[in-house]
Design a protein around this ligand. Structure first.
Ligand code: ZN
Length: 441
């Protein structure tokens, strides 16, 4: 009889496998951090000899969510300044604090972000920020998985004085995390309007050299498109393509202002898009044409963006927003059904970031999973699991979060770090940030 490290049993298992199987009275065997088997509990209990058992009872087990776009450490800016025009918000509130960012601040902000994501069912996230080495440390400590990138700009950042130093830092991060089971690095120029043609081409060459995703904000607002057209003679997508940077490894964040023919161009290049509905709504950026993206055959993931413009990192509320926004903006309730949204939040992210072991639970896949309490009043009664996950769950029904077979959170407790101690550090940091913003501390 084959052995496994752990045999999980639960009322429901949503596999997100190729057949999108939903198994009632299910079990899942974990071995060496991977899924060894899934199926009806009676079969697995008969066929497997586990070292340990975990009966989750009236829970639903599903793949951990993949947050396709974050600036994790910006969690320290949550709720600091809202309801402002973008430029006023950036120049008066965000940049004055960001210019004095230290490794310690980034580390604490990223730890808080990891805690929030673990708590609300995210097991992997794609991040772009400053002093990303500290985000990597936070990911390592928390036990999460991350695809991380040091933001590349045409101007100095708190992480590097000039571009040559920036590229050296990026090379060093690739070297330091080579072969790490949970942490990968990618290349992320911030956007077309904060870089130059030379930087974009250099960054793309770097992504090709390391064979990793190349990701950037693109088409976030109509204003960005107008400015790009005026400056370069092309809208952002054509500009990027003209530089040879539109390819299967390219991941576009936001993609709000993309015309139908531009979506065809994205699809033809097999480039990916990550949709950020709440950030787009809160900043008044517009509505990304997600249904049209899927129709055009583009692979789409889902992300929260940073907590300064969302204001949380909760992929359950992001799924609700994605579905509702598509329907109300298209005046059509059939647009973006729950199944498609669930695919975006799991398989879509795995595909965007070329990490095929994620996003579904099947033999050989990573044992990255979450369990939600189906006894919660808002999840009762249950007819269609996908419906509840997209329209009714808040994320706070998550009772267990596991990455690579290791439990990171269970019933209120984090296993990788001391959450009350983290809160105390964040409180000190809050006073520092508030002081710089002229807020009462
Ligand atoms: Zn962003």
């Amino acid at each position: 009889m084959p052995t496994c490290d752990l045999l999980l049993t639960a009322r429901w298992l949503l596999t997100q496998d190729d057949a999108r199987r939903e198994i009632e009275h299910a079990a899942l065997a974990v071995k060496d951090g991977l899924v060894a088997a899934v199926g009806p509990a009676v079969d697995l209990e008969r066929d497997w000899r586990p070292a340990e058992r975990l009966d989750l009872g009236h829970c639903l087990v599903m793949p951990g969510l993949v947050n396709g776009h974050t600036h994790a450490a910006m969690s320290i800016f949550r709720g600091m300044a809202d309801d402002l025009p973008l430029m006023e918000w950036l120049t008066r509130h965000i940049w004055p604090v960001e210019k004095d960012l230290t490794p310690e601040i980034v580390h604490l902000g990223a730890m808080l972000a990891c805690a929030e994501m673990i708590r609300t069912g995210t097991t992997c996230f794609a991040d772009m920020y400053l002093i990303e080495a500290e985000t990597a440390k936070a990911v390592d400590i928390s036990g999460l998985r991350g695809l991380l990138a040091e933001g590349i700009f045409a101007f100095p950042s708190p992480a590097y004085t000039d571009l040559a130093a920036g590229y050296a830092l990026i090379e060093e991060l690739f070297e330091r995390y080579r072969g790490h089971p949970r942490i990968r690095f990618a290349i992320a120029p911030h956007a077309v309007y904060t870089t130059t043609p030379e930087i974009l081409a250099q960054a793309f060459a770097l992504a090709e050299k390391h064979d990793v995703p190349f990701m950037l904000h693109l088409g976030e607002t109509a204003q960005e498109s107008r400015d790009c057209l005026e400056k370069t003679g092309h809208r952002p997508l054509a500009y990027l393509d003209g530089l040879g940077c539109l390819a299967a490894r390219t991941v576009l964040f936001h993609a709000v202002d993309l015309h139908p023919e531009e979506l065809e161009r994205v699809a033809a290049a097999k480039a990916k898009i990550v949709h950020n509905p709440q950030s787009n709504m809160k900043l008044g950026s517009g509505v990304a044409p997600v249904a049209a993206m899927l129709q055009a055959g583009v692979s789409v993931g889902l992300g929260t963006d940073g907590a300064a413009s969302n204001n949380d990192l909760n992929m359950f509320s992001e799924m609700t927003s994605a579905a509702l926004l598509a329907k109300v903006s298209g005046l059509d309730p059939t647009l973006l059904p729950a199944r498609d949204v669930l695919d975006m939040a799991t398989r879509g992210g795995a595909e965007a970031f070329a990490w095929p072991a994620l996003g579904s639970l099947a033999p050989g896949q990573a044992a990255d999973l979450i369990a939600l309490d189906l006894a919660a009043p808002n999840l009762t009664p249950l007819y269609h699991p996908a419906s509840h996950l997209v329209y009714a769950a808040s994320g706070h029904e998550v009772r267990l979060t596991m990455v690579g077979g290791r439990v990171l959170y269970r019933d209120g407790g984090f296993t990788g770090f001391d959450y009350p101690a983290l809160l105390a550090e964040i409180e000190k940091l809050r006073r520092w940030v508030a002081g710089r913003n002229g807020l009462a501390s």
